[in-house]
Design a protein around this ligand. Structure first.
Ligand code: NZQ
Ligand code: ZN
Length: 386
């Protein structure tokens, strides 16, 4: 096992009716900025519950944080904070609202000229951030219990990530019943995103880490079992609860302890979103199956473990079991309603060179657990995904 630091200070308030407990975890004197997206929280009752829990606190609203939150929109919230006396941020929504709030929290106290530098330096230049909490409405990203965020600058087609230990939520409220109103597309996206988060931390090479491996395999098997049930029975509380906790556990740092990490699929996926507007999880479903096929030799030992323990494949030779496991995973993505080919999203071979140039512009030229995913390898992966 590799050496590691594990730090995660986020308090989780899990279960039905927990939004009311915002009253206990937000200081009574707080001047709150309530941040949300395109309005789903207004139609499904979440907004009303949050406002009731906030009681007599002074609340200002900032609405319109879009999927794949943009620097352009987020900077408007930073300006609002500087004009008002806000001292606590509350993000209510999915990963985009939470990520956007992390950037706003850091940008509001950033000492440099332009907070875009936070993205350019991947968050290493953050020294402080406003305190914030979250109410999660879409299980997928794990943003509710981690310190990372991804921000898009539309004017230059850049989608970049940052992280900082100053950007953990103080708390996150996870009420599975609040996910009943998710559209089918977002249920599928959420399960696939969480699945790929586990894979980025699990499917590398062995370092004798059975605890982390078995946690990871448990999360993968749970997503495989529960995901389709959420599509079939959208109001099954237990299914939603298991999916929600799974997505949080998939990217809160626990399964990353002491193991190598890949993330090449995510970095290529971010370029697909920045250039073509494809949903985050859709990009992962396109890239990961080909990524595993192209890098089969380097990942052979873990692919065999994945085949045996996650897909219960015990028959046939090694290559057959590996190939079957990758195909089963791709079938699962499709079963969750997430298409896995570039052509499914209207893209063809003519789009690949621009994607590779974007990776180079963003210095994504040595990706993966062994830093051997060069632009040439990324190109092979995308060509195999056509
Ligand atoms: O904007 P509203 O009206 O709220 O609608 C949203 C949005 O249109 C809707 N939605 C959310 N909860 C709902 C709901 N609709 C009905 N009922 C509900 N309960 O769902 C749509 C998508 O929301 P979004 O927040 O964009 O989705 P997701 O949670 O998948 O977040 C995606 C973003 O997170 C980033 C992605 O890159 C992308 O920008 N990621 C963040 C990570 C992190 N911080 O650790 C890691 C991930 O790998 C990922 O990169
Ligand atoms: Zn992701």
């Amino acid at each position: 096992m590799l050496n590691f630091d594990f730090y995660n200070p986020t308090q989780i308030l899990f279960g039905q009716g927990r939004i009311a407990d915002l009253n206990k975890v937000i200081p009574a004197s707080a001047k709150v900025l309530l941040l949300y997206g395109g309005g789903s929280i207004k139609t499904n009752g979440v907004f009303d519950e949050v406002m009731a829990a906030l009681g007599s606190r002074q609340v200002t609203e900032f609405t319109g944080i879009e999927p794949n939150p943009s620097y352009e929109t987020l900077m408007k919230a930073v300006a609002l904070i500087k004009e008002s006396q806000i001292d606590f941020l509350l993000a209510v929504g999915g990963g985009s609202v939470i990520d956007g709030t992390k950037f706003i929290a850091a940008a509001a106290l950033f000492e440099g000229n332009d907070p875009w530098a936070i993205l350019e330096k991947r968050g290493t230049n953050i020294t402080q951030a406003l305190p914030f909490g979250t109410v999660l409405t879409l299980p997928a990203t794990g943003s509710e219990m981690n310190s990372g965020a991804v921000v898009t600058r539309k004017s230059i087609n850049a989608k970049l990530a940052f992280s900082s230990r100053h950007c953990f939520p103080k708390f996150s409220v996870l009420d599975p019943a609040k996910t009943y109103t998710l559209p089918v597309r977002q249920i599928g996206n959420g399960a696939v995103d969480a699945f790929v988060h586990v894979m980025e931390q699990y499917l590398t090479y062995p370092v004798n880490s059975p605890v982390q491996d078995r946690f990871a395999e448990g999360l993968l098997k749970t997503l495989i079992e529960e995901g389709p049930k959420a599509l079939a029975n959208p109001h099954d509380y237990d299914v939603r609860a298991n999916l929600m906790w799974c997505a949080t556990m998939a990217l809160n740092g626990l399964i990353a302890t002491g193991v190598p990490q890949d993330w090449a699929t995510h970095m290529i996926g971010h370029e697909l979103t920045a250039l073509h507007g494809i949903d985050h999880a859709q990009t992962l479903a396109i890239v990961l199956p080909s990524m595993l096929r192209v890098r089969k030799e380097a990942k052979r030992a873990k692919l065999l473990q994945f085949a045996e323990r996650v897909w219960d494949l015990h028959e046939g030779d090694d290559d057959t079991r590996i190939d079957t496991a990758i195909s089963r995973m791709q079938d699962y993505f499709e079963q969750m309603g997430v298409k896995t080919r570039l052509r499914d999203y209207g893209l063809n071979s003519s789009h690949i060179s621009t994607l590779i140039s974007a990776l180079e512009t963003h210095r994504m030229v040595a990706l993966g657990e062994k830093r051997d995913v060069t632009p040439v390898i990324s190109q092979q992966v995308l060509e195999l995904s056509l």
